[in-house]
Design a protein around this ligand. Structure first.
Ligand SMILES: [Zn+2]
Length: 251
């Protein structure tokens, strides 16, 4: 199985998986022009669409793709029911597509019903984890987002994370602010500045890398507590996670 990264809208990534028979799956189609070009160019047969959550920049392409490929199966959480999902899935559900097993993880936080699709060694996590950062909280809760991060942390560390957006540069700017002494992050930030200057992608990332560069996976680090100027009552890791997300919102 191979994966194609399709940059879309301003910062989105749509992911396309295909096998040796040219059958393919698309994850979070927020638009269709480029998808249709690729499907045409490589003569791909669209078998399924996977949706992580119900935001327009992740679901707006579904209707058009279904018009072109009416036999496509659309998997998504309950919240995507009116955006075209026909097979509604939740935590623990699994199914096989293109001879690969996909397991559904509840990754609530960015939205209340947000899910991820795990197919070893890949995780399609939508707007939950971004490289060096964390999705914004819309109708989910910060506590759920924290629990989603813990769930992801517990996957094998060689897992590749396919996020829904290219936000690495601005996330690293924040990471160097909260972890100013961390030389690894500073060096990684320099590397990403160069990559982005040349319009190169920085996703997928790995859990192993994120545990090092992503402050949201490192809430208990002393430098973070210092930068956030936390009151001594704040001890629980999820509370620090909350303060960190709040700080990023106003950064
Ligand atoms: Zn979103």
């Amino acid at each position: 199985m191979n994966i194609i990264r399709i940059p879309a809208l301003t910062t989105n990534y749509i992911w396309l998986l295909y096998n040796y028979r040219n059958e393919c799956i698309i994850i979070d189609p927020g638009e269709t022009i480029q998808i249709l070009n690729i499907l045409n160019k490589f003569k791909f047969k669209l078998r399924a669409i996977l949706l992580t959550h119900n935001h327009s920049d992740h679901v707006n392409g579904v209707d058009t793709l279904i018009q072109y490929f009416p036999k496509t199966t659309v998997y998504g959480p309950m919240e995507t029911k009116n955006s075209g999902a026909k097979i509604l899935v939740s935590e623990g559900d699994y199914f096989t597509l293109l001879q690969k097993k996909f397991t559904v993880l509840n990754l609530s936080g960015h939205t209340l019903g947000h899910i991820g699709f795990y197919s070893e060694p890949w995780l399609f996590c939508g707007d939950t984890v971004f490289s060096a950062g964390c999705g914004k909280i819309y109708d989910g809760t910060i506590r759920h987002m924290y629990e989603s991060f813990i769930k992801i942390k517990n996957l094998p560390h060689n897992t590749l994370i396919f996020s829904g957006h290219e936000y690495t540069l601005s996330n690293l700017k924040f990471a160097t602010f909260v972890l100013p002494q961390d030389q690894f992050i500073t060096n990684y930030y320099k590397k990403i500045i160069k990559l982005r200057e040349n319009n190169q992608p920085t996703v997928p990332t790995t859990i192993k890398l994120e545990l090092t560069i992503n402050p949201f996976f490192r809430c208990n680090h002393l430098d973070i507590k210092k930068s956030l100027n936390l009151s001594p009552d704040i001890k629980e890791e999820w509370q620090i996670f909350y303060e960190l997300r709040k700080k990023k919102d106003s950064f």
